[in-house]
Design a protein around this ligand. Structure first.
Ligand SMILES: [Fe+2]
Length: 411
């Protein structure tokens, strides 16, 4: 049955009634998860004291040997990681400079927005400095770079991608998802993002496939919950919205275009895969109104609120200092935010590039995305601003390598 936005308060009431009947220990369950989450916060704080709670790896090690069992466990616990030197620093710096020229010389700043994108309007800080640019040579170069393919293959393989009967996705083949660009000026104090999770809000409780994904959290043994099990994930359906990602991603991610770290207006995460089980169970407790899921709203990011989830704010940490060409990856359930203030003295720029492995859902998306690429239109998942239709120097089909063509679904 298709997901319906009709009478959501009633749907939420029904869901809660049904679930509480099946799971009368929801209160004890939340207390247990809370204790485990407190232990996670203590771990995060301790790891931050001696460096960073975000696991970090060298691209060349991962390329040679993949993730070791220990590294795999680190990512499974933290729900995120940094892969250093994924792309060559000098080339990335050149592309960053060319991207600045591409944006400025083509008049991006003179354009008046015609489409109101209200995706982030519930998040307290103002809109971030994110550009609706999808087809610059820098982005197409990075998306189809062989090192990115290698990194993503190993990242995808941190997931369970098949069982005895079914292959959920192909970890070795990428479906290129055209995401945007962040270019943040030094001194900027208006463009942060409050902590949130993408890929669905209310859906996480009521959508049938998400109910399967989180079955162990809500009804089974929550300690057996595996955030990296691909079963049902590729079939999840989300409420349609102008800026909700409609592909399946094993990881959201970015490539650093400039050096940046804590204080430079960059990304923050809560590096624990226990945060979503915590949020799911929090919303079922008796102090939350019957028709509310701790403020979750359809078509928006799932927001972390001080009033409901104060514990999670204690685990929010900034990305440590990275250099141009390093990549940051986070699981689609990982809570993330953007620092309110950019106190550094250089631009803090990234290309958003995640990992979206080949599967039916992503192939259907590529069919919609290819014509947009050929016409220089916005990626069909985002506001239809179509800035680049007339841009000089935009990447075209002839700029795609064989790998890039496959990733775009041309062949
Ligand atoms: Fe986000």
């Amino acid at each position: 049955m298709a997901l319906s936005t009709e009478n959501l308060p009633q749907q939420i009431r029904n869901f809660k009634r049904e679930l509480k009947a099946l799971c009368p220990d929801y209160k004890r369950r939340f207390e247990d998860v809370s204790r485990a989450m407190e232990a996670e916060i203590a771990r995060i704080k301790k790891e931050e004291e001696s460096g960073s709670a975000i696991p970090q790896f060298e691209f060349s090690d991962i390329a040679d040997q993949g993730f070791s069992e220990q590294q795999r466990q680190q990512v499974h616990q933290a729900g995120c990681c940094i892969v250093r030197n994924t792309l060559p620093e000098n080339e990335v710096t050149d592309h960053n400079n060319a991207l600045s020229r591409y944006i400025i010389e083509n008049g991006y700043y003179e354009h008046t927005p015609t489409v109101e994108d209200n995706y982030f309007s519930q998040l307290k800080s103002d809109k971030p400095q994110i550009f609706g640019i999808y087809w610059s040579p820098a982005q197409v170069w990075a998306r189809q770079h062989p090192n990115m393919a290698v990194a993503r293959r190993h990242l995808n393989r941190l997931w369970t991608w098949q069982d005895d009967e079914k292959t959920y996705f192909n970890p070795d083949q990428e479906a290129s998802y055209a995401d945007r660009v962040r270019r943040r000026e030094p001194g900027d104090a208006t463009l942060g993002l409050s902590p949130h999770v993408d890929s669905g809000s209310i859906e996480r409780w009521i959508e049938p496939h998400y109910r399967e994904v989180y079955h162990n959290v809500l009804l089974g043994d929550w300690q057996q919950y595996d955030a990296f099990d691909g079963a049902n994930r590729v079939e999840v359906e989300e409420f349609p919205s102008p800026a909700v990602c409609s592909v399946f991603r094993t990881f959201q991610g970015w490539v650093a275009l400039t050096p940046q770290g804590k204080g430079d207006g960059t990304l923050q995460v809560v590096p624990s895969t226990l945060a979503i089980p915590y949020m799911l169970l929090r919303a079922l407790q008796d102090d939350v109104p019957e028709d509310d899921l701790c403020g979750a709203a359809p078509g928006r990011a799932l927001t972390v609120f001080k009033e409901w989830h104060p514990l999670l704010f204690e685990g929010l940490v900034s990305v440590p200092k990275v250099r141009a060409g390093d990549t940051m990856w986070w699981h689609p359930d990982t809570i993330h935010a953007v620092e309110d203030k950019h106190n550094g003295d250089g631009y803090s720029n990234v290309l958003f590039i995640g990992a979206a492995p080949d599967c039916e859902k992503n192939r259907l998306f590529l069919d919609k995305q290819r014509p947009a690429f050929l016409k220089g239109e916005s990626c069909p998942d985002f506001a239809p601003e179509h800035h680049e239709r007339t841009y000089q120097g935009r990447a075209t089909e002839s700029d795609l390598t064989d790998l890039g063509r496959r990733q775009m679904g041309f062949d």
